[in-house]
Write a protein that binds this ligand. Structure first.
Ligand code: SAM
Ligand code: SF4
Length: 508
């Protein structure tokens, strides 16, 4: 018996090793390089930062005008904003950031929930609780039945319409598994108070994939494809992601979004994990990435994420990040990203505390998660709100408030929660959405869809207090639609009344 077990284990190990070796396709990196060079030039970034440490207020105000015209800033302009210290000028920057957000996204906020499907991982990232050398982590991959049960809670009890599904990198959770879980999630429909609930958009946060694999996910139906570069600073990247692991290949990761575009998955999400290297450098890296995608494909990032490292089980580096970002620095970098890439969605996750999320939201964020649980299987397990299982999670969350609490607070502050997922289903992705966002026209569809989907959620899931606040907000929104889009008003009211009567998933 012992021999059999030993052989089976050894064979499994060999299979995993072979899978790892075949992951990276060098030609799917090389074809995007410019004369053999990648688009992140660490020296040029350091020089731009060093050359713009004392920005002139007149120049700063010119740069703000450019952001307000929804134009992407240059590295030098961004470096100037990064170095502003004068409190008055900083306040002007924050006002301009809020104005850019209003201009492009109005008062809408999109909500979603993270759904972790597995924590097996062949990589060994120094900051992550899922890294393969973390022997104390409880490993699990959800079966399709378990995935359906998680989805039933998210779509049927909480009322989410959008998820970000998250995977480690492992043959057991490769593209076949990702495709079948996306299908399983999309197929779940749950009866609600007045209609039915369903996840209508699945964004994916997974390891970089090949063009062929991404084409497969495109056929199945994928929302935004997110890959965070973690750090754009190559020496730091190579130190924290061991050589010989898949993730140890900086360029395979850096060109993940190029492959995504080539596979027609053109809503892509960039991100940097803050705390690994100087945040100023990471903001410049994100900007260079956005500029590169605009230049090569005519499409910038659909979203930008800027997670800070959170404590993770048995993970010393996450307890004490080498370049910890303070709350003040965090607010500054959110402001700068909003101004530097004005059209992009910006995600503030529940890694941050409720108090800090309240502060940074007005600086230009467009999306947040709520009722979030990141333990594998944690939604259907009935894990109480606020309880965290550190040895089954990648890290610990800072804000565990329910979706209803978050929506009510947002509505009281004048923000409408939009559950709209029409964009990619109507082909408003990539270049099309970029054009609409820059011109402010996307807002017309979005406003109508925001009201209709918000009404759906109120009728299906809200308690009396939230309903009262929400209905007041809807009345204000409808008055605005009547005034600003009179040509659409009757058609809009028709869809609104059908929704009130129990119809679901109507959109413009
Ligand atoms: N495994 C895939 C990968 O690494 O690309 C995708 C999923 S990974 C679970 C999602 C993201 O979590 C990573 O890209 C990283 O930025 C972030 N992350 C890892 N450890 C973290 C920590 N301790 N605190 C906050 N975020 C963390
Ligand atoms: Fe694996 Fe992703 Fe965690 Fe790295 S960050 S150890 S790749 S799950």
């Amino acid at each position: 018996m012992t021999t059999v077990t030993y052989n089976a284990g050894a064979k499994r190990k060999t299979n995993v090793e072979a899978w790892v070796r075949a992951r990276i396709k060098p030609d799917q990196i090389e074809r995007y390089l410019d004369s053999g060079r990648c688009f992140i030039d660490c020296v040029a970034i350091e020089q731009a930062l060093a050359a713009n440490t004392r920005p002139d207020p007149v120049r700063i105000r010119e740069i703000l005008q450019k952001s307000l015209a929804v134009e992407t800033l240059t590295p030098d302009e961004t470096a100037c904003l990064i170095h502003v210290q004068d409190p008055e000028l900083l306040a002007e920057m924050q006002q301009a950031a809020a104005e850019v957000k209003r201009k492009v996204y109005d008062n809408r906020i999109v909500t979603f929930a993270p759904l972790y499907l597995g924590n097996l991982c062949v990589n060994n990232c120094a900051y992550c609780g899922f890294r393969c050398s973390n022997v104390t982590e409880q490993r699990q991959v959800l079966t399709l039945d378990e995935v359906r049960r998680e989805t039933e809670v998210l779509a049927g009890l909480i009322g989410h319409k959008r998820l970000i599904v998250v995977y480690g990198e492992h043959p057991k959770t490769g593209v076949d598994y990702i495709a079948s879980t996306l299908q399983a999630i999309g197929d779940v429909r749950v009866k609600t108070r007045k209609g039915w609930g369903q996840i209508r958009r699945c964004n994916v946060n997974a390891a970089p994939m090949s063009v062929e694999e991404l084409k497969r996910l495109h056929e199945v139906g994928i929302g935004t494809f997110q890959v965070f570069q973690e750090t754009y600073h190559r020496p730091t990247y190579e130190r924290l992601h061991p050589r010989g692991t898949i993730k140890g290949d900086y360029l395979w990761r850096l060109y993940a979004m190029h492959r995504s575009m080539e596979a027609d998955v053109d809503d892509v999400g960039l991100g940097a994990l803050l705390g690994l290297y100087d945040w100023k450098f990471e903001v410049m890296g994100l900007l260079c990435h956005a500029i590169e995608l605009e230049r090569k494909f005519g499409i910038g990032p659909h979203t930008i994420s800027f997670p800070r490292i959170e404590p993770a089980h048995n993970t010393p580096l996450a307890q004490h990040p080498e370049h910890q970002v303070s709350d003040e620095e965090f607010k500054r970098l959110v402001t700068v990203i909003r101004l530097a890439v004005p059209y992009s969605g910006m995600i503030i996750t529940a890694r941050e505390s409720a108090a800090l999320r309240r502060e940074v939201l007005p600086l230009g964020c467009t999306q947040l998660d709520a009722s979030s649980k990141i333990g594998i299987g944690a939604y259907a397990n009935d894990q109480p709100e606020g309880d965290q299982q550190s040895d089954r999670q990648q890290f610990l969350l800072g804000d565990t408030r329910s979706l209803e609490e978050v929506i009510r607070e947002l509505a009281e502050a004048g923000y409408i929660t939009s559950f709209c997922t029409a964009g990619y289903r109507c082909g408003r992705t990539g270049k099309k959405i970029m054009g609409l966002l820059r011109s402010g026209k996307e807002g017309q569809f979005c406003k109508l869809n925001a009201v209709i989907t918000f009404k759906e959620w109120l009728d299906d899931f809200a308690g009396p207090e939230t309903t009262a606040v929400g209905e007041k907000l809807i009345a204000m929104e409808m008055a605005q639609i009547k005034e600003k889009m009179p040509g659409f008003y009757d058609q809009f009211v028709g869809a609104y009344l059908k929704t009130e009567a129990g119809a679901r998933d109507l959109y413009f």
